[in-house]
Design a protein around this ligand. Structure first.
Ligand code: FAQ
Length: 339
């Protein structure tokens, strides 16, 4: 069900067939040339197995992040402070679900079914972003997620719009447009709170204090400890390194914090004239790895909620399959009648 794995016409060799050594050399050469020329690789093109696996790893992790990422904000839909905020939040959470679906579709073109990817997520074998394992304790968290988490996501994802793999790059173009709206609505929501009462301003500051460091860690380990970066960049999957993106994010966010009137919780944060960039304090990587390895404040809850939602949705999948089967049968019957 659902799979968009490649449909190869008769007579065409599948990218997953086992070819002779000479044809692999030729195909590898053509692939390398296309990558060097900054060209795009499409699903039916031959690709090295390691490239396919790296893409599948990154795209499926990204898809899982979008789907699990619906939960922290979803927690506030029933408690949004006004009808307007509830409508915006509903639309945003629904957008994140849509991003997950585009990305699962992009990953399926690499020859893995959605069932396989979901099974990896539901059994705890697949990763998703560390950031979604932190709780949303106040309404300000919703604004802070929009401002900082979506802000970090855009910083990371705009360069992926130029990814060498066509389906991923195209999905990212659409996703980034929506993420930009998400970031703006988060900033606007915080701006409204900051113009409110002392208690509202304190609530925003408290939320920023909790989210700032996990958001910086979200960009991934330092370049020196990032085993996948060098090859990912060589293949044009990643365009900028984890540290470069983190730095760009800090530099973009500091002036926004000043406009909001928020203090970022880092006494070492200051402009470095020589580097033309901000210096910032050390990130707690032990905490990051503990969360990635399943021991964050909400890992178990997030996974259990996801598995439950999947089980609760079984009847929808069955109904969709039954409907598709009936439609196919009707189409075949009307074709027979017309013949
Ligand atoms: N969390 O060698 P690297 C969003 C893992 S979407 C968990 O540097 P790579 C939208 C990494 O997988 C957010 N694990 O790896 C939204 C690897 O493990 P593996 C998601 C992490 O792939 C907003 C190991 O550490 N965005 O926010 C994390 O070159 C609001 C070594 O790392 C994407 O996925 C982490 N933070 O670089 C939704 C963007 N960082 O697989 C709802 C696409 C690293 O070898 C609400 N992905 N790891 O076992 C990427 O750009 C890259 O995959 C990185 C990691 C940068 C995440």
């Amino acid at each position: 069900m659902y799979t968009q794995a490649m449909d190869v016409p008769p007579g065409t060799s599948s990218p997953h067939e086992t070819p002779s050594a000479t044809s692999v050399d030729l195909r590898q050469h053509a692939f390398d040339e296309r990558i060097d020329a900054d060209g795009r690789i499409e699903p039916r093109d031959w690709m090295p197995e390691a490239y396919r696996r790296t893409l599948l790893r990154q795209i499926s992790q990204h898809a899982h992040s979008e789907i699990i990422g619906m939960q922290p904000e979803g927690n506030w839909i029933s408690r949004a402070p006004s009808l307007k905020r509830k409508a915006i939040l509903l639309a945003k959470v629904q957008d994140e679900g849509g991003h997950g679906l585009y990305l699962y579709s992009a990953a399926e073109t690499l020859g893995t079914s959605r069932e396989q990817m979901l099974d990896a997520l539901h059994t705890g074998r697949a990763k998703y972003s560390s950031i979604f394992n932190y709780p949303t304790l106040s309404w300000a968290d919703v604004g802070v997620i929009g401002w900082l988490v979506d802000g970090a996501a855009i910083m990371n994802q705009v360069p992926i719009c130029r990814c060498s793999y066509g389906p991923y790059a195209r999905a990212m173009i659409r996703i980034c447009k929506e993420e930009s709206f998400h970031q703006r609505q988060g900033f606007e929501s915080l701006m409204t709170l900051m113009r409110g009462t002392d208690a509202q301003r304190a609530m925003v500051q408290e939320a920023v204090d909790r989210w700032w460091w996990p958001v910086l860690a979200m960009f991934g380990p330092p370049d020196a400890d990032s085993p996948n970066s060098a090859q990912g960049m060589r293949w044009g999957i990643k365009r900028l390194s984890n540290d470069a993106l983190r730095q760009k994010f800090v530099d973009a966010t500091v002036p926004q914090a000043a406009v909001l009137g928020i203090t970022l919780p880092d006494p070492e944060l200051r402009w470095n004239e020589a580097r033309q960039a901000h210096d910032f304090g050390p990130i707690d990587w032990d905490d990051f790895w503990s969360v990635v390895n399943g021991n964050g404040p909400c890992n178990r809850e997030r996974l259990a909620t996801r598995v439950q939602a999947h089980e609760d949705g079984a009847w929808v999948r069955e109904a969709a399959l039954a409907h598709a089967a009936r439609r196919r049968q009707h189409e075949q019957e009307s074709m027979k009648e017309a013949a």
